[in-house]
Ligand binder design. Structure first.
Ligand code: ZN
Length: 213
């Protein structure tokens, strides 16, 4: 499995990072010609620093294994039936522009004796996506991680996301990126893969479209 996380950080380590980010944000405001002591900006360095450490970049400090609780199941032994978990909210930060991209992750897998608790998919994806990413790599990391903990006979991870770096700057278009990772039998059994993709298509939510602004 590819290395997804560094060692989980201690509280003191996280606090010292928060302090450093606070200083950097204050400097950014000054470089832009702002007055960081004016009322509207006074709490901004605090707020932004906490947002990065506790939310947007939380994945650098938390081990996704913390959230993994698998259950044994025998029902799937020798069968081709699969489990689909769709519309898992996914938010991450593009490493090229430090701007968010967001959308949904859809997972289909054929268990080989183990399933993952329903809500855990969302938690694991939140940890893996809460760092600087490109969508292509995030999809592969989610697939590698689930493949490792579930050891399924087959796995599909499909992600659709809207990238604000394309929307609010650059080409200024509402473009959607779709990435897909296949593991196990889904790499060879085309018919089964098509069936699984149909199941995703039936239940997946559409991403918002923004036009003409
Ligand atoms: Zn970008």
């Amino acid at each position: 499995m590819k290395e997804c996380v560094q060692e989980p950080s201690t509280r003191a380590d996280i606090q010292s990072r928060e302090e450093i980010i606070k200083k950097i944000v204050k400097e950014l405001l000054e470089v832009l010609g702002e007055d960081p002591s004016r009322e509207g900006l006074r709490e901004t360095p605090n707020r932004v620093s906490r947002m990065w450490v506790e939310e947007l970049a939380m994945g650098y400090f938390v081990d996704p294994l913390t959230y993994v609780k698998t259950f044994e199941v025998e029902e799937y032994e020798g069968h081709e039936g699969f489990v689909a978990v769709t519309n898992i909210p996914t938010r991450s930060i593009c490493e090229h522009h430090l701007l968010p991209f967001f959308g949904y992750t859809h997972v289909v897998y054929i268990p080989s004796g183990k399933v993952l608790g329903f809500s855990k998919f969302a938690r694991v994806i939140k940890v893996l996506s809460s760092k600087l990413q490109i969508q292509e790599r995030l999809t592969e990391q989610v697939a590698d991680f689930l493949n490792e903990v579930l050891n399924p006979r087959g796995l599909i991870v499909l992600q659709e996301a809207l990238h604000t770096c394309a929307l609010i700057r650059g080409v200024e278009e509402s473009m959607t990126m779709t990435t897909m990772a296949l593991r196990g039998v889904f790499r060879e059994q085309r018919e089964l893969t098509n069936l699984a993709l149909q199941v995703i298509n039936m239940s997946k939510l559409q991403l918002p479209k923004f036009e003409g602004f």
